[in-house]
Design a binder for this molecule. Structure first.
Ligand SMILES: [Zn+2]
Length: 266
């Protein structure tokens, strides 16, 4: 099992510096979080704001790190003809096909009151993702609801049926299930045959993506409910402190997070 770290952990740190920190912590691979802006003036992964995908790929190659997975940070749907695949993602796939084994997409979410919107949109989502599945391992990540939006596939049974029917896989995000009041151990047991990726973090009282051990989630039971041999990557997507000029703060924290995960495995 690869343990990697999400580059968006350091979204405010220059990208090359973020990669340098990750390498110093002993990681060999990353989940590359793409730059994305949209929805209600949302913006994520700001450190890639003005860097073209082909340039990002070059920087990563030069760093010596591998890309375990590329995480398309979008998933907001406005019209039912919209694709859930981010515009920048196509450039990554065109220029980085050899570098990127796995893709992670957020479960689509639409700004609407219509709770039945997903049944109309699901065939379009399936068609767009199926077009990629022969070249990449394609995973959908469970996400929570946002005010004013309807998020698809929150129910693990719906997620399982959708991926199974379309040759896709699941990326479980522990915080997102916790936000939805879904028990992560039961969910892991239920969908385990289709889980290829994990976004790993702790959760407590509405505080999201906590450092493992700082929340209340049953992370040991969760990890051991997965089929670890079949997992493509477990990605740390949790709070890692950053202090300018003190790289050891981030580096030590990442090492501790990794050791924590390794200590959970029975
Ligand atoms: Zn996630």
């Amino acid at each position: 099992m690869n343990i990697s770290i999400a580059t968006a952990t350091f979204y405010n740190t220059p990208f090359t510096e973020a990669l340098e920190l990750i390498k110093r912590a002993g990681f060999e691979s990353i989940e590359l979080d793409t730059y994305w802006t949209g929805g209600d003036n949302w913006e994520v992964t700001q450190h890639l704001r003005n860097i073209r995908p082909r340039e990002v790929l070059k920087i990563i190659r030069e760093s010596g790190l591998r890309i375990n997975s590329l995480h398309d940070m979008g998933g907001v749907i406005f019209k039912d003809t919209d694709t859930l695949i981010g515009a920048g993602t196509y450039e990554y796939l065109e220029f980085g096909e050899k570098d990127i084994p796995c893709l992670v997409f957020h479960a689509p979410h639409k700004k609407t009151d219509d709770r039945s919107w997903w049944s109309g949109y699901a065939p379009k989502a399936a068609e767009d993702l199926k077009a990629l599945k022969d070249r990449f391992l394609v995973c959908i990540e469970n996400i929570q609801n946002f005010p004013g939006y309807q998020t698809s596939l929150i129910d693990p049974a719906e997620m399982l049926a959708f991926v199974r029917d379309n040759g896709l896989y699941i990326n479980i995000d522990t915080t997102h299930y916790a936000q939805c009041g879904i028990d992560i151990v039961s969910a892991a047991k239920f969908v385990r045959d289709y889980v290829k990726g994990v976004h790993f973090s702790d959760y407590k009282d509405g505080k999201r993506h906590l450092f493992p051990g700082e929340g209340v989630l049953e992370l040991k039971g969760f990890v051991n409910s997965l089929k670890l041999d079949g997992l493509h990557a477990l990605t740390l997507e949790c709070n890692i402190p950053y202090e300018k000029g003190r790289p050891e703060v981030s580096v030590e924290s990442m090492k501790r997070a990794r050791s924590y995960v390794e200590s959970l495995i029975l």
